[in-house]
Design a protein around this ligand. Sequence first.
Ligand SMILES: Nc1ncnc2[nH]cnc12
Ligand SMILES: [Zn+2]
Length: 315
Amino acid sequence: MYAWLNTLPKAELHLHLEGSLEPELLFALAERNKVALPWPDVESLRKAYAFHNLQEFLDLYYRGADVLRTEQDFYDLTWAYLQKCKEQNVVHTEPFFDPQTHTDRGIPFETVLSGIGQALEDGRRQLGISSGLILSFLRHLSEEEAHKTLDQALPFRHAFIAVGLDSSEKGHPPRKFRQVFDRARAEGFATVAHAGEEGPPEYIWEALDLLKVKRIDHGVRAAEDPRLLERLIDEQIPLTVCPLSNVKLRVFKDMAEHNILRLLEMGVKVTVNSDDPAYFGGYVTENFAALQESLGMTCEQAERLAQNSLDARLV
Ligand SMILES: Nc1ncnc2[nH]cnc12
Ligand SMILES: [Zn+2]
């Protein structure tokens, strides 16, 4: 089944480039850039990948991203991810990047975007993988800081297709970013947002009604609100679900409890994605395989999930 799932053509719509930084590359970049790390080796870093919630993961993820310094580093990161896409027949990808994670450390916006953008371009030409980059605002920071990030991004508007919202969800509702999302839409960008990962269904309503998103990232807590489910089904609003992530961050106790196939059978447009594959134990095929192993996903269900991902593309 793994080989069959691997060859199934699919799109990935929820992937943080910084979350695809494998420990081996992290150590190589630390050495290249003379960055001191708190872990003696790759093994001990991997041992630190045991999380009880989203925040514990984010603390490590931002720490890891500190090794990314030069345009070449961002190129290498993105290129390594695209090689995985090629291996797993991901024919289209819409990855996120978090510019504030880098600009707040003094890395110029242009350095980040140039490295990522060049790799995506090479991915199109050399690997035949189409893509559209999504600029994600960090929701634990202020809306004013998100406006500044949008200001920095506008001169490079052709390099990305949409804006998103990620980082610590609880206590940072979508309504906090209403105006900057209004501005991004007025500038012609599509919008997406993480909502209903750890946060309540109300955050999903806000993402839809206030941020006017085209997709909900995660969204699994929609299952708690029948009216919301009805809307997601009626309007066929895609959810970019990340099963291995949800178990690693304890949104679900184990994979056998995951609700993705129940949502699929209710008619919700769910898709399968890897979120932060270097930290959560697998890329998109491993996420599909986990659904087969723990939930008895059938080939027909896998085909529908893969088709949903192709249908839910923004570009
Ligand atoms: N799963 C996730 N939720 C929120 N922010 C993130 N940033 C990277 N991965 C994330
Ligand atoms: Zn995410």
